[in-house]
Ligand binder design. Structure first.
Ligand SMILES: C[S@@+](CC[C@H](N)C(=O)[O-])C[C@H]1O[C@@H](n2cnc3c(N)ncnc32)[C@H](O)[C@@H]1O
Length: 214
């Protein structure tokens, strides 16, 4: 669709992550838990369960969030720039997911809306690449995981599930360097992906906000 930018298409990473969810649903009964294996490792806990609230930012067509809701997540908020809101609403309606998936307008240049707080998981799919304002994305991640704001919502800072497609490593290097200051990160091994949806250049990561103690 013209004029809607990169959000008007569904990207390969969104397909891979959607089938990753489907694999969790069928193989792990909806809940993938990978404990820490060393002090360097954070646990991975992805629960496609009704008591969960997930937030997707930079959702584009909303496929990833809609698949999560269709597979069991109780409430999903999909968000993107204002001009993508009608497309997201239409897609949710066509898939009869109203009530389970809500649309919220959220430009990373602004403070996160209240609806995006209190999540168990924040999903970011294919939003780290050269010509995207990834500094704003990073600021949004800091905002959504701000310890004081999270405490006010009664939940710990949410982990981030990030699907990253390698395109130009040199140009996104700064993002990966920058993250170390505020986040611990663990890559999800491809053995946990859907076996038919593995790609040499798409990676799944979990980021967790560092606490003052580490
Ligand atoms: C490559 S698309 C990915 C879309 C979708 N997540 C997928 O994987 O199919 C990048 C998304 O980031 C969104 N985006 C870009 N700048 C943004 C901003 N400042 N605030 C919120 N979303 C933004 C775009 O509108 C677009 O939907």
């Amino acid at each position: 669709m013209r004029g809607l930018g990169t959000g008007a298409g569904t990207w390969d990473a969104a397909i891979l992550i959607s089938f990753f969810f489907e694999h969790i649903r069928t193989v792990h009964n909806g809940h993938l838990f990978l404990p820490s294996t060393s002090s360097e490792d954070i646990p991975i806990d992805i629960a496609l369960l009704t008591d969960q609230k997930w937030v997707e930012i930079g959702a584009g067509t909303g496929v990833t969030g809609m698949v999560a809701a269709a597979l069991g997540v109780g409430k999903v908020i999909v968000s993107d720039l204002p001009f993508l809101v009608p497309l997201l609403q239409e897609n949710i309606g066509r898939n009869a997911l109203g009530g389970k998936v809500d649309v919220v307008e959220y430009d990373w240049a602004n403070p996160a809306p209240a609806e995006c707080r209190g999540a168990n998981l924040v999903v970011i799919c294919d939003c780290i690449y050269t010509n995207i304002p990834w500094e704003l994305l990073y600021r949004s991640m800091l905002d959504l995981s701000d310890p004081a704001l999270c405490a006010a919502s009664g939940k710990p800072p949410p982990p981030f599930l990030i699907a990253y497609e390698q395109r130009n490593l040199a140009l996104t290097k700064k993002f990966w360097e920058m993250k170390t200051e505020h986040f611990e990160a663990r890559r999800i091994g491809v053995e946990h992906y859907h076996p038919d949806y593995v790609s040499g250049d798409i990676e799944l990561w979990v980021f967790r906000r560092r606490t003052l103690n580490n």
